[in-house]
Write a protein that binds this ligand. Structure first.
Ligand code: CTP
Ligand code: MN
Length: 655
């Protein structure tokens, strides 16, 4: 836990232009700064940073937030991780609040494993570059494969010599405990009495590929033998440890994440060497599943950065077909899957070395096919003349389509499959609905009600759901809070009274005016974030303690800060120019009072309408004469109030 004062200090110190500027080239544009959005691919800059407000917003993809949000999003860190990142950048010391003894032990254990792995990586890398055996065997192997020096260094490749205990001995000599060497999977403990030593290296006589976690720390290793002996396993990998859960890790993710975001796509390959070779060819948005089938955790990790996956295959048809079930998992996550087949006998590693960088890029772009279309074509070509296999094929394909969460996407695929296989669309639709119904029933039987199964069975013929409920006050509530946040500190002229009760114009802060108006009629917000913002502003007015600048943008509650960022508008920098040319831009603050009254009265009218509806509903169910009378009276008052505000609203609009 990071103490609140430290969090506040981080927020106060971090400057959005500096934080963003580390990753994006920003140019000054009026009061704002402008650059190319790092979250989507764009050619003309629409990524705007407001140093004054401490926020960024992309008008292309809609991403926005404060410094901490930016680091979370860009570096894919959690909230505390992002705070620590910024603390480090600005030399702010974090004294973490006390942890429980168990937490301390666990934290230390994990940290020890990281430290041991980092030592091992340095040891193996050192062997590769600075020992005779390393250079003549390991390094020359990598060179023979065509790996460049900068790439060997970037991936921190290494070598472990043909000895039993070299690493373990070195680690113990450097002061590391065997307990952690074993727990990190680097050293193997044997109880066999006849051995001269009980501890020996897991990786020996192999070139070493360190595996990094998402923040770039080494958590595991893969070691490739250089022997061609079929009895020796080609790769040995670290076992599961407290810091390495194989099913959660994708090889290369640390080096790929930035490029995945920028390219809006992730290439998936099989092995370490494929990742490395593609990097060398300038394709950096690539990760490897390391020979095993994809897990849901891995897929979700990719999904954090992009919706699009392209699988690069080197296998034969049998191998490809075996992977089809795994791909359904990706579709099920709502992602788009493409596949690409390399020419016979080539894998991404070998192919990337044969052709130039541009040629490789073009090849991949031109030969990537949508997965469902690819699967349909592949299976259809094998089955089209065999009616029994054709029936199986339909079922097989439709099963893939059935896992796709979005109905629209499913319907597009059904059309496409019907075209390729020359089968009536309706036949495929029937099969699809059958499968989805069965899935739905299975899920219900498993008692997985909480998993939003209710919307699972949206059969294709159904109309799309209405997204916005016209009965609710979201729009009006939002407008009032938006004005409060953007213009609360500005003053407007209102009709006031002097000491003798005579009408006289006076100034009033916008925030005071809104709060007073809404409090007078006891208006409450349905949206709880708006209510929190309103309460905190009202509170500060009552206590006469102004809120700090950018208070809501940097709010501790993430929902509140996200809402604030969403509602805060960027100051117009265009107007300077336009005014120079004699064009007067009517910005909102110039017509502030009108906007203000409009928003407040609209909200009141809407709320009153809802109250009237509710009262009418109660009237229908009223049990006694007395209740009826009370309700009728209430309705009359509500109607009068509504009429009053509707009138005021009309007058505002006409002015
Ligand atoms: N793999 C493994 N254990 C094996 C074989 C393979 O863990 N015995 C994993 C490795 O992560 C490997 C991936 O599966 O990178 C793909 O296997 P393969 O294509 O055989 O290896 P490459 O990485 O292509 O290695 P090379 O090009 O050197 O043959
Ligand atoms: Mn290979």
């Amino acid at each position: 836990m990071i103490p609140k004062e430290t969090i506040d200090k981080i927020f106060d110190t971090a400057r959005i232009d500096e934080v963003v500027g580390e990753f994006v080239t920003l140019k000054k544009r009026g009061v704002n700064m402008l650059g190319l959005c790092p979250f989507h691919n764009e050619k003309t800059p629409s990524f705007t940073v407001s140093p004054a407000k401490g926020i960024y917003k992309c008008f292309g993809c809609g991403k926005g937030g404060n410094s901490v949000n930016f680091i979370m999003d860009h570096e894919q860190l959690t909230y505390p991780e992002a705070l620590k990142y910024l603390a480090k950048k600005y030399n702010i010391e974090i004294e973490e609040e006390e942890q429980t003894p168990e937490q301390v032990i666990q934290q230390n254990e994990r940290e020890s494993l990281f430290v041991v792995c980092s030592f091992a990586q340095k040891h193996f890398t050192d062997n590769l570059h600075n020992t005779d055996e390393g250079k003549s065997i390991g390094l020359s192997y990598f060179k023979e494969r065509g790996f460049r020096n900068d790439i060997i260094e970037k991936f921190q490749l290494g070598y472990s010599p043909d000895k039993w205990t070299k690493f373990t001995d070195a680690a113990i000599a450097a002061g590391y405990k065997t307990e952690y060497l074993v727990k990190a999977g680097l050293t193997i403990h044997s109880e066999k009495q006849e051995l001269t030593t009980q501890y020996f290296d897991r990786f020996s006589a192999r070139v070493i590929f360190p595996v990094h976690n998402i923040t770039g720390r080494v958590i595991a290793f893969g070691g490739r033998t250089l022997k061609t002996d079929k009895k020796v396993a080609k790769y040995i990998n670290s076992p599961e440890t407290d810091i390495y859960h194989k099913s959660n890790v994708l090889y290369g993710m640390f080096f790929a994440k930035k490029s995945i975001i920028a390219e809006e796509n992730c290439y998936l390959v099989e092995g370490y060497t494929d990742v490395i070779s593609l990097h060398q060819s300038g394709i950096e948005n690539v990760v490897a599943s390391s020979g095993t089938s994809l897990t849901v955790e891995q897929i979700r990790q990719i999904h954090r950065y992009t919706k699009n996956i392209t699988i690069l295959y080197d296998g034969d048809n049998a191998g490809i077909k075996a992977s089809f079930r795994g791909i359904d998992l990706i579709l099920e996550e709502g992602m788009n899957v493409k596949v690409l087949l390399f020419p016979d006998g080539e894998d991404p590693d070998s192919f990337s070395k044969k052709v130039g960088h541009e040629e490789l890029k073009t090849f991949i772009k031109q030969n990537s096919n949508d997965f469902i279309t690819f699967k349909t074509n592949l299976l259809y070509s094998e089955a089209k003349n065999d009616p029994i296999r054709k029936a199986e094929l339909i079922k097989d394909i439709v099963e893939s389509v059935a896992v796709i969460p979005e109905a629209i996407v499913r319907s597009v695929y059904i059309k496409e499959c019907s075209r390729i296989m020359q089968i009536e669309e309706q036949t495929l639709l029937n099969e699809l609905n059958k499968i989805r119904r069965k899935k739905f029933d299975d899920k219900r039987k498993k008692g997985a009600e909480e998993e939003s199964v209710s919307d699972e069975i949206d059969i294709l013929t159904e109309a799309p759901q209405q997204l916005i409920n016209i009965d609710d006050c979201e729009y009006q509530e939002r407008d009032v809070i938006r004005l409060l946040l953007n213009y609360g500190h500005l003053e407007v002229m209102v009709d006031g009274e002097d000491e003798e009760g005579k009408k006289t114009p006076m100034t009033m802060r916008t925030a005071d005016l809104i709060v007073q108006e809404l409090k007078n009629d006891s208006i409450l917000f349905d949206n709880s974030a708006y209510q929190v913002i309103f309460n905190e502003i009202a509170d500060s007015i009552e206590k006469v303690v102004p809120l700090p600048e950018n208070y809501f943008i940097n709010h501790n509650d993430k929902t509140i800060s996200a809402t604030a960022v969403d509602l805060i508008s960027f100051p117009h920098s265009l107007s300077e120019n336009w005014e120079k040319h004699g064009i007067l831009v009517q910005t909102e603050d110039m017509i502030l009072k009108k906007s203000l009254l409009n928003a407040v009265y609209s909200l009141k009218v809407k709320k009153l309408s809802k109250m009237i509806d509710e009262s009418q509903r109660q009237l229908k169910e009223a049990q006694s004469q007395e209740d009826v009378l009370i309700l009728l009276q209430q309705q009359q008052q509500l109607n009068e109030a509504k009429k009053l505000f509707a009138n005021l609203l009309g007058r505002v609009m006409l002015k």
